[in-house]
Design a binder for this molecule. Structure first.
Ligand code: NI
Ligand code: MN
Length: 227
């Protein structure tokens, strides 16, 4: 499966011919704004893990360009629904079928509020699968025992996107343990290097995974990679 990294927690991927876009934070991101243009980013569905600025900054611009349908929790889809945007509301533990596959909204341990102060519900992550592939985008989260529920309740993960930048989320050391909890050895890192607080040592992070026989993939912003 080909994935494109848009910086912070932002990823694009094609699944069953549909373009999924996660957590667009491009215009305010110095690592992304020089090279990426919102107008060039495709989206049939826009998945939002939680309400923080570094996950929703470009939601309205993307929906305006693409007409993408928002998939997020009830509070976030209602917020954007009030602005005229189409959305499918989920809440923790719930799953729904779409034309590209099944989406389950799973627990994250974090906080969540929209940039204008509106309550954004509880933060989450997504497990997404169809007959060909299954993956997890954890959103912003601490290491949590709830991650152990994912392999018990979802198909086997082919890869997982985990935050590794520390300070606001788990760091890479805890992400190694998370990869054990979710029974997945192929991890794509996110939520690192965007701000001073979350700058990481790439070699040390990759070594922490390699020491356990696991792979940590760190993409350049704008990079497309088969995973
Ligand atoms: Ni956050
Ligand atoms: Mn964040």
């Amino acid at each position: 499966m080909k994935i494109t990294y848009y910086g912070q927690a932002g990823f694009g991927m094609q699944i069953n011919g549909k373009d999924l876009l996660f957590d667009p934070f491009i215009t305010p991101n110095k690592l992304a704004s020089d090279t990426l243009k919102i107008a060039d980013i495709p989206a049939d569905y826009l998945l939002i893990t939680h309400g923080h600025q570094d996950h929703v900054a470009d939601v309205e611009a993307v929906v305006k360009n693409t007409g993408a349908k928002i998939i997020s929790n009830y509070e976030i889809t209602t917020y954007y629904g009030d602005k005229g945007m189409d959305g499918h509301p989920l809440n923790q533990g719930g799953k729904a079928k779409f034309d590209f596959g099944t989406v389950k909204y799973v627990n994250a341990v974090h906080s969540s509020v929209l940039p204008d102060g509106t309550y954004a519900g509880n933060p989450g992550g997504f497990v997404i699968w169809n007959d060909d592939v299954c993956f997890y985008h954890a959103g912003d989260t601490a290491l949590t025992m709830d991650m152990q529920l994912i392999p018990m309740t979802c198909p086997k993960l082919d890869f997982a996107i985990l935050p590794i930048g520390d300070n606001f989320t788990m760091g890479y050391e805890d992400a190694v343990i998370a990869s054990d909890f979710i029974k997945c050895d192929k991890i794509v890192g996110c939520h690192y290097d965007t701000f001073g607080y979350i700058e990481i040592d790439h070699a040390a992070a990759k070594k922490a995974f390699a020491d356990k026989g696991k792979e940590l993939i760190l993409l350049e912003v704008g990079e497309e990679r088969e995973v």
